[in-house]
Design a protein around this ligand. Structure first.
Ligand code: TXA
Ligand code: MG
Length: 341
C-alpha cells in the first residue's frame, strides 16, 4: 500500500519513529486519523492497554478498535471473515470504516472486553499509516478516540492536549482531521450486515458496494457494547439543545431576556433576525454534511470553553447523508434534555 511517506517532513518522520519506540516499550501515544485523534497503544501490551482505559476513564467492558496498516494483515487479527467484510475492506480501506469480526488468537481479552469479536480498521491518514509501518507488520494499535469517556472526540492535536496532555507519553500532530466524525461501525451476522454506528461512510454507500440492504441498528441489543451507542455521549460540558430552524432564535432571545448567554449554531440559510444585546452569538456551519461534519467537533470544543450558558443547535436535515451528524447531536444533547429552558 502507498504510505505517502514522501509527503511527510523529516521532522514528522522522526517524531513517528520516536512514537513507535515509545509504543514498543508500553507508551501511550495520541495520533491523528482521518476521523478523529486516537489514543494508541500496542495491542499486545496489557499494561499499555490498561493505561489507555485509565487515562480515558473508560469502563473495561467497552472494547477498543484495532488499527492495522494494510488489508492483508486482517487475516492475522480476525478469523472466519465473511465475504462481504472483504468486499467492504477492499472498497473502503484505508478509510473511516470499522469491521466487527471474530477475533483471532492474537487479540487479547483486555482489548475486546472479553468479547469474541474485534473491531478493526485501516485508517486513511499518512501519519497513522507511517506509525503502523514503523511499528512493524506484526503489530497493531488499539485506540479509542483520544478524549475522556463520554466527551467530545478530538479533531486536532490541540483538543487532545487540552484534555489529556499530562497523562500521555506523546501527541503526534497531523493537523485537523478531514472527516471529523468517528468511523462507521459494521457488524456481520450470518447473511445480515448491520451498521452499529453511523459515521464517515454512509449506509447507502455500503449498500451499493454490497448490492444488498443493510440494517441500521444503533440502539438494539447487538450494539450494547458500542459505547457510542449509549444515549449520552459525545457531550460538551455546556448544556446543548437541538431546535428546529423556526424556534432557535426565539429560544436564544428568551434566554437572553433572562440574562443567559447562548451560542446559536445553524447550517441553513435562514435570515438573521435582530440579535439584541451581547447574550447571543451566532455561528453558521456549512450546509453540506461532509464539511459540517468536519467542523462540528472543533466548533463544539471552541464554544464549550467560551462561557456560554447554552449551546443551541439547529436540528440537522432529516436526510440519510446527515445521519451520523444527527446521531452525534442527539447523544450530545441527551444528558441535558431534562433541563428546561
Ligand atoms: O473513527 C474511529 O473509529 C476512532 C478512530 C480513533 O479510529 N475511534 C473510535 O474509538 O471512535 P472509540 O473507542 O471512541 O469508539 C469505538 C467504538 C466503541 O463504541 C466500541 O464499543 C466499539 O467501537 N467497538 C469496538 N470493538 C467492538 C466490538 N468487538 N463489538 C462491538 N463494538 C465494538
Ligand atoms: Mg469515542
Amino acid at each position: 500500500m502507498m504510505l505517502d511517506k514522501d509527503k511527510l517532513s523529516q521532522e514528522k518522520l522522526d517524531q513517528i519513529i520516536t512514537a513507535a519506540r515509545l509504543m514498543k516499550t508500553g507508551g501511550v501515544v495520541a495520533f491523528p486519523t482521518e476521523t478523529v485523534y486516537g489514543l494508541g497503544a500496542d495491542v499486545t501490551n496489557a499494561t499499555a492497554i490498561r493505561k489507555v482505559y485509565e487515562i480515558k476513564q473508560r469502563p473495561a467492558n467497552h472494547p477498543l478498535i484495532v488499527h492495522i496498516g494494510e488489508i492483508a494483515l486482517l487475516k492475522s487479527w480476525a478469523q472466519a471473515i465473511p465475504e462481504s467484510a472483504w468486499i467492504l475492506a477492499n472498497h473502503f480501506w484505508p478509510g473511516p470504516l470499522t469491521l466487527i469480526l471474530k477475533r483471532s488468537q492474537h487479540i487479547p481479552d483486555y482489548v475486546t472486553g472479553g468479547q469474541d469479536t474485534v473491531g478493526i480498521r485501516v485508517p486513511a491518514h499518512s501519519v497513522a499509516l507511517a506509525l503502523l509501518h514503523a511499528l512493524g507488520p506484526d503489530k497493531a494499535i488499539a485506540a479509542p478516540s483520544a478524549n475522556l469517556y463520554g466527551k467530545i472526540s478530538p479533531t486536532s492535536a490541540a483538543h487532545v492536549r487540552a484534555a489529556l496532555d499530562k497523562k500521555i507519553d506523546m501527541i503526534l500532530d497531523g493537523g485537523a482531521c478531514t472527516i471529523g466524525l468517528e468511523s462507521t461501525i459494521v457488524g456481520f451476522n450470518r447473511d445480515t450486515v448491520s451498521v452499529l454506528r453511523p459515521g464517515g461512510i454512509s449506509v447507502s454507500a455500503i449498500e451499493s458496494v454490497l448490492n444488498k440492504t443493510v440494517v441500521l441498528c444503533q440502539n438494539t441489543k447487538s450494539a450494547t457494547r458500542v459505547s457510542g451507542s449509549l444515549p449520552a455521549h459525545y457531550a460538551p460540558t455546556t448544556p446543548l439543545r437541538l431546535y428546529p430552524t423556526e424556534m432557535i432564535f426565539q429560544t436564544a432571545r428568551r434566554l437572553s431576556a433572562r440574562n443567559l448567554r447562548s451560542v446559536v449554531i445553524t447550517w441553513s440559510d435562514i435570515d438573521l433576525p435582530e440579535l439584541n444585546g451581547s447574550n447571543i452569538h451566532h455561528v453558521r456551519l456549512p450546509n453540506k454534511p461532509t464539511s459540517y461534519g468536519k467542523h462540528l467537533y472543533a466548533t463544539l470544543h471552541q464554544y464549550d470553553h467560551a462561557a456560554f450558558d447554552y449551546i443551541l443547535m439547529e436540528t440537522p436535515p432529516e436526510l440519510p447523508s446527515w445521519l451520523a451528524i444527527t446521531d452525534r447531536l442527539q447523544r450530545a444533547s441527551f444528558s441535558h434534555i431534562s433541563s428546561t429552558i
